[in-house]
Design a protein around this ligand. Structure first.
Ligand SMILES: Nc1ncnc2c1ncn2[C@@H]1O[C@H](COP(=O)(O)OP(=O)(O)OP(=O)(O)O)[C@@H](O)[C@H]1O
Ligand SMILES: [Mg+2]
Length: 301
């Protein structure tokens, strides 16, 4: 048995000794939800037992240098603790903080390749490793999905299908993983009108449903780059917190500023300075965090 499998087995044991993890596909019905959403609740409850389980291919993640359960004491794990702390504090505040949908977090960037998927998946793994938190990782990059491939899981239907078919049950699209606290919603079938589908009211309803029904859970959306596709800013308008990934020493400041201009509707914008080995005492990441309009960017070199 590899170290990763052992670490995972331990995580499963620890989690099963506590109260059972609630199925992300189940949850109390909400009579205030619109008719089609309420219909999905009924369906969902019926089909809870059928939620598909998948096995993460840990070797894929290892090859890509991702955060693994057996690396809880690594520098990378520590860096993700620093990244997630303010996000969790906002999502589960001790006092009302006025941030709507604070448990919905979008990971985005200005341009392609800055490390959104890397950050979204590591963040999800890091939060899921906390025993009292559950995470839903959503592949919101519907035109160029990559989460399923990175995790090495097979998927066909997902977010786009849920948005298109209001009578589809969550359990038809969600994938439970071998990390007890981590569920994945893949991007779903390719659709040439995916931008319009994402911009529709169905997405707003879905975001509200995810935030309210699973209020004790963190939902992390991977997304396309803000300056390359309209879908990024559409998703940003639905979440409570945005993590803007910036590739250190590659992405010019004016490009980052233009991207921030697309995040007008967001209450909280944090920044991860990615792929840097300078400054802050961190090897690869830095995290700046600010309310409103990128007020405090701490981590500039
Ligand atoms: N901090 C990091 N350390 C090491 N490798 C990294 C880091 N961040 C990203 N990478 C690598 O850089 C490449 C691009 O990262 P990733 O796919 O996450 O970017 P992206 O912003 O999601 O790209 P796209 O816009 O194409 O979706 C990948 O090979 C990834 O493994
Ligand atoms: Mg990506």
């Amino acid at each position: 048995m590899s170290i990763i499998e052992k670490a995972l087995e331990k995580a499963v044991e620890q989690s099963s000794s506590k109260e059972p993890v609630q199925d992300l596909a189940s949850g109390p019905g909400d009579s205030a939800l619109p008719v089609d959403t309420a219909r999905r609740d009924v369906e969902t409850t019926k089909k809870t037992a059928e939620t598909k389980r998948v096995q993460i291919q840990w070797s894929h993640l290892e090859e890509k240098g991702m955060l693994l359960p057996d690396k809880a004491n690594s520098q990378m794990a520590e860096e993700y603790r620093i990244i997630k702390r303010p996000l969790l504090m906002n999502a589960f505040p001790e006092e009302e903080n006025g941030i709507e949908n604070a448990n919905l977090i979008l990971v985005t960037s200005s341009v392609p390749g800055e490390g959104k998927t890397f950050t979204a998946v590591n963040l999800a793994l890091s939060i899921a490793m906390e025993r009292d938190k559950t995470v839903l990782l959503v592949d919101g990059d519907v035109a160029k999905p990559s989460i399923s491939q990175l995790l090495g899981i097979e998927s066909e239907i997902g977010l786009i299908d849920l948005l298109q078919h209001s009578d589809m049950s969550f359990s038809d699209a969600l994938l439970r993983t071998d990390i007890p606290n981590l569920t994945v919603l893949p991007a779903g079938r390719q659709h040439r009108h995916s931008t319009e589908i994402l911009a529709s009211d169905a997405t707003k309803r879905l975001a509200r449903e995810l935030s309210e029904r699973y209020a004790d859970r963190i939902v992390i959306f991977d997304s396309p780059p803000l300056l390359a596709a309209a879908q990024g800013s559409v998703l940003a308008s639905l979440v409570g917190q945005v993590v803007l990934v910036i590739e250190s020493e590659i992405t010019p400041q004016h490009v980052v500023q233009e991207a921030i201009g697309k995040l007008d509707a967001c209450d909280v914008i944090g920044c991860v300075l990615n792929k840097t080995n300078k400054g802050f005492g961190f090897s690869y990441y830095g995290y700046g965090y600010g309310y409103g309009h990128y007020g405090q960017q701490y981590n500039q070199n």
